[in-house]
Design a protein around this ligand. Structure first.
Ligand code: NAP
Ligand code: F7E
Length: 337
């Protein structure tokens, strides 16, 4: 089996590469060129896996690149993971977010339609499309009301893939995935920002971490579980839409408390709003709030109902909230030596 992975240099690309390598897939990974010629998380893969991946350099916004790629490779499966994926950045740069996430997705589906109709495609949709949900928990039938440029762009991608699926009889699966994190999560996302900071605070190279909305609540799972769900979505007879999530909500505050616990620190909170602080047992301030990390719009009502994925795909998350934090903090402590 041959698979193309766009966004292979990101978090999910890392876990999907491991999974598909274990199933003996030939993997072609798409990486956009940068001046230092680095390949992100690909460099963190075990050498045996890394060396087996064929990297092709190309940008999502280049329709010609994808046309030639699909005409030449005709893969069995294509996992379209590449995106401008940071919600906060999408408020600052909506145009480039739309360009990469909407036109980029169009380029991929058009190339499959024109040159490789038998390719099964996975599209990385998101729980962010629910916006401020009217009903909780959310499933595949929940009304979509996006509340960020990122969410709008993903909604456009989602409707594009659904339209192509019906109009041209293509196999496309949409994964509506809730937050999933890991030891290779990008450092600007709140979970990794916290676990990296906790490790540095323990090492004495950082004093405190500055966060935004401590009361934001998310349904957080472990990325390795979610890529398994992506693969399962492409092993069916037809493409369909599936929600993946844990069905458990936790606040940023709880994530921070549990992360500090891993290094033996119990956090006490005091003050309110942007003046709130978290101190450890010795009275040292280790968490501060900074309004620059707040977003113009936020939703705190996300909660996954993954019943359809459990029933049809036999998908189940295997890592708990506490296990996830342990994995991440231990990995960040280890990398500091
Ligand atoms: P990520 O770590 O941010 O990875 C995104 C990938 O897209 C990176 O490899 C990035 O390349 C690549 N990319 C960005 N712009 C590109 C462009 N113009 N051309 C080619 N490649 C480009 O994201 P992730 O966490 O792995 O998530 C994978 C996908 O799932 C994304 O589409 C995300 O929106 C979606 N999603 C994620 C979550 C989650 O909780 N993780 C939940 C729901 C949906 P560089 O390395 O060069 O930046
Ligand atoms: O924020 C709050 C912030 O940036 C999580 C992407 O993978 O999941 C991810 O998007 C929450 C938000 O992820 C800080 O306001 C507080 O409520 O880690 P995040 P996200 O925005 O949920 C979805 C499903 C995707 O699809 C996306 O691609 O944490 N928060 N303080 C903070 N967030 C950040 N980044 N930094 C803070 O200091």
């Amino acid at each position: 089996m041959k698979a193309i992975i766009t966004g292979i240099s990101g978090q999910d690309g890392y876990f999907l590469s491991k999974l598909l390598n274990g199933k003996d897939y030939e993997i072609v990974g798409i990486v956009r060129r940068n001046s230092s010629m680095t390949t992100g998380t690909v460099e963190q893969l075990p050498a045996k896996i890394r060396d087996s991946i064929r990297i092709e350099y190309g940008d999502l916004t280049d329709a010609g690149f994808f046309a030639k790629l699909l005409e030449r490779e005709k893969p069995d499966e294509l996992y379209h993971l590449a995106a401008q994926s940071f919600v906060g950045y999408s408020f600052q740069n909506p145009a480039s977010t739309y360009d990469v996430n909407i036109s980029g997705t169009l380029n991929v589906v058009n190339a499959i339609k024109e040159y490789s109709q038998k390719t099964k495609m996975y599209f990385a949709a998101t729980s962010e499309m629910f916006g401020q949900p009217e009903t909780t928990p959310q499933n595949e039938e929940t009304v979509l009301k996006p509340r960020s440029p990122y969410a709008v762009s993903k909604l456009a991608g989602y409707w594009t893939t659904k339209t192509y699926r019906e109009a041209y009889n293509m196999y496309i699966a949409n994964g509506i995935l809730f937050n999933h994190e890991s030891e290779v999560r990008g450092p600007e996302f709140v979970t990794r920002k916290i676990t990296m900071s906790v490790a540095r605070i323990k090492a004495g190279t950082q004093d405190y971490v500055e966060l935004g909305n401590l009361d934001a609540r998310k349904d957080w799972g472990y990325a390795a579980d979610y890529v398994n769900g992506m693969w399962k979505m492409l092993q069916m007879d037809n493409g369909d839409d599936f929600v993946l999530g844990t069905g458990e909500l936790h606040t940023v505050r709880e994530f921070a408390e549990e992360s500090f616990k891993q290094i033996g620190m119990d956090i006490t909170w005091s003050g309110e709003g942007v003046d709130e602080i978290g101190t450890n047992q010795s009275g040292k301030v280790v968490v501060k709030v900074n309004k620059k990390f707040f977003r113009p719009l936020e939703s705190d009502n996300y909660l996954a109902d993954p019943a359809k994925a459990k029933r049809i795909l036999k998908w189940n998350p295997s890592i708990s909230f506490k296990q996830l934090i342990k994995i991440m903090v231990e990995s960040d402590l280890k990398s500091l030596g």
